[in-house]
Design a protein around this ligand. Structure first.
Ligand code: ARG
Length: 320
């Protein structure tokens, strides 16, 4: 199911002529705020949003450049993500128990939208959905701790890297002695999880061809199954595993797994070179002005302890 989160702020009246990213109509600038809130919005095509005139943000941003950018919905930056991936993107639970999208990808998304003078709109889907939203040009960007895997080059362009992580084999403490090498899990009786569509699936098939590989739609499903003893081990991004480990200390990282295209980039709708260049400009700025460092620290802080319900997303709770 697809849900959209719309950045609060001043929307701009816009024409509903959409022809995919880079082919759309004119874009206009609007001020976006930092708070992202849920909105029940119709499907991409033909949706309109009306509001009073947008007020332009002051100087220091690229909104001049943003005004010339073509996006799926003029005036907006539509970004697909898969919020099962703390500290990149996840649901933080507010004081009143409401889940809100959080994570350093989301903070960077808002930064880029502000920098380009566009209103942020987040579309949440499972990770394989992020890839297909980009492929069908239904969104402008995919921000989901996405690896610049050469196999994806035919369906998207990659921004510069904005974060470097690592890959791990994860199990639970009780099994840490048994499954402590890649060889130890490469057996038909060992169940090994990986997220559908992810490079972790490739790592699983490359390193554990004899194991019982279990593809699951969400990383949070993988964590839940590991904790429930339904999976023996799983391939998970190291910093993500570390993040969930803070909430679920039974998790244990047993092996660091080598991977060639290490690092996270933003998937950019193919053919929109102006947007790619603008996004790279904003990434460079966020890395340089200390914002990225702050986003990472804030996301790590929020993803540990009581403010964060690790395996809870909007509808699901951990099934043990
Ligand atoms: N880095 C991996 C990939 O690009 C996994 C990304 C998963 N992201 C997520 N939000 N679940 O395939």
């Amino acid at each position: 199911m697809k849900k959209k989160f719309l950045a609060l702020g001043l929307a701009v009246t816009m024409a509903a002529s959409l022809a995919g990213c880079g082919g759309g109509g004119q874009s206009e600038t609007s001020a976006a705020t930092t708070a992202a809130t849920e909105s029940t919005k119709a499907e991409d095509t033909g949706s309109e949003s009306k509001a009073d005139e947008g007020s332009q943000e002051e100087s220091e941003n690229n909104s001049e450049a943003g005004a010339d950018l073509q996006t799926v919905t003029p005036g907006k930056l539509t970004i697909a993500t898969s919020p099962d991936f703390a500290p990149y993107e996840f649901y933080a639970i507010g004081e009143d128990g409401t889940p809100t999208l959080a994570g350093f990808d989301m903070a960077l998304a808002q930064y880029i939208a502000d920098d380009l003078g566009l209103e942020l709109e987040i579309v949440t889907v499972d990770f394989d959905g992020v890839l297909s939203e980009l492929q069908t040009k239904s969104v402008d960007l995919g921000m989901a701790g996405l690896s610049p895997d050469p196999k994806r080059e035919s369906i998207m362009a990659f921004s510069d890297l904005y974060y470097i992580g690592g890959q791990s084999l994860v199990t639970v403490k009780a099994n840490a002695e048994t499954y402590n090498t890649l060889e130890s899990i490469n057996k038909p009786e060992v169940s090994v999880g990986a997220q559908i569509g992810s490079i972790q699936m490739d790592l699983a098939t490359a390193n554990s061809p004899d194991a019982d590989i279990v593809p699951l739609p969400k990383v949070t499903d993988i964590i839940a199954e590991l904790l429930a003893g339904k999976l023996d081990a799983a391939y998970i991004e190291t910093d993500v595993a570390k993040s969930y480990q803070k909430n679920y200390p039974e998790l244990e990282i047993v092996v660091e797994v080598p991977y060639e295209q290490e690092g996270s980039s933003i998937g950019v709708c193919k053919g929109n070179d102006a947007l790619l260049a603008a996004v790279n400009g904003s990434i460079a700025k966020a890395l340089e002005d200390g914002s990225m460092e702050r986003f990472i620290a804030e996301a790590n802080e929020l993803a540990s302890g009581e403010k964060y319900e690790g395996l809870l997303d909007e509808n699901e709770q951990i099934q043990q």
